[in-house]
Design a protein around this ligand. Structure first.
Ligand code: 9D3
Length: 235
């Protein structure tokens, strides 16, 4: 899989992708990543990437032209490999990201991650160039970079070979629309709190049953909306 981020802050991507599973997956050649700075696609001495909104109001907007040129450069780069990217714009007005959408997007061979800063991007650039808008949720961030990194992280761990066996097993028992059950490691008693007896008995059927019941209990208590969703998917 190939990722191309259009961003005023390329260093944010390096800082995250340099660690953990995403770094290992890059070393294993499971994905490729390039960042593109719209500032490199300006032609004035100040390398201007923003301007004031028509109609007035606070804040600045990202200019269409540098972003258009950056997108053209990405497209040209990908065309040499016969790749046509799917262009995602990260925006508070986008559809909130879900694991279901992550699983669909992992079929894409090339994703362009368009990251806005300031108050956003000139609407005409979005109309012309964007395939899909994604939000991370209903809270306010300072730009699209962290949401883009969140999507990349979610996708990279789905790439075949990204996880080791132990990590994959954990993940399998996780993605059934329920919250994960509680986990315990040593010591057997910590600050007077004991590990549940069933987990020490070695009865694997009883352990599986306990874990499932705990998942249902936690989901009902903490995220009843997830239980409703799971029911709706059944009918
Ligand atoms: C004043 C109205 N604001 C819209 C809710 C303006 C505004 C706030 C934050 C415009 C851009 C931003 C920057 N945020 C993102 O680029 C962003 C974002 C987010 O803030 N929350 C959740 N998901 C995302 S994806 C991109």
């Amino acid at each position: 899989m190939r990722f191309d981020a259009i961003t005023l802050f390329p260093e944010m991507f390096d800082a995250v992708l340099d660690y953990g599973i995403s770094r290992r997956a890059l070393d294993r050649g499971l994905y490729r990543f390039k960042s593109w700075n719209p500032r490199d696609f300006t032609d004035d001495p100040h390398r201007t990437v923003d301007d004031r909104p028509y109609g007035g109001g606070p804040g600045m907007l990202m200019l269409a032209e540098p972003l258009d040129r950056a997108l053209n450069a990405v497209q040209q780069d990908l065309a040499s490999e016969n790749l046509t990217p799917w262009v995602v714009h990260f925006s508070p007005r986008g559809r909130p990201l879900t694991q279901q959408r992550v699983m669909e997007l992992k079929q894409m061979s090339a994703l362009v991650l368009l990251c806005g800063r300031y108050e956003g991007i000139d609407e005409r650039l979005l109309q012309r160039r964007v395939d899909e808008e994604i939000s991370l949720g209903d809270f306010v961030l300072s730009g699209g970079e962290l949401p883009a990194l969140a999507l990349m992280d979610a996708l990279i761990r789905q790439l075949p070979g990204a996880l080791n066996d132990a990590e994959s097993a954990v993940q399998d028992s996780f993605s059934h629309g329920l919250l994960d059950c509680p986990h315990y490691t040593r010591p057997e008693v910590w600050q007077g709190m004991a590990v549940p007896e069933v987990l020490k008995g070695g009865n694997h059927a009883a352990i599986a049953k306990w874990r499932h019941e705990e998942s249902v209990r936690l989901t009902a208590a903490l995220r009843p909306d997830l239980l409703d969703q799971a029911r709706q998917q059944k009918d």
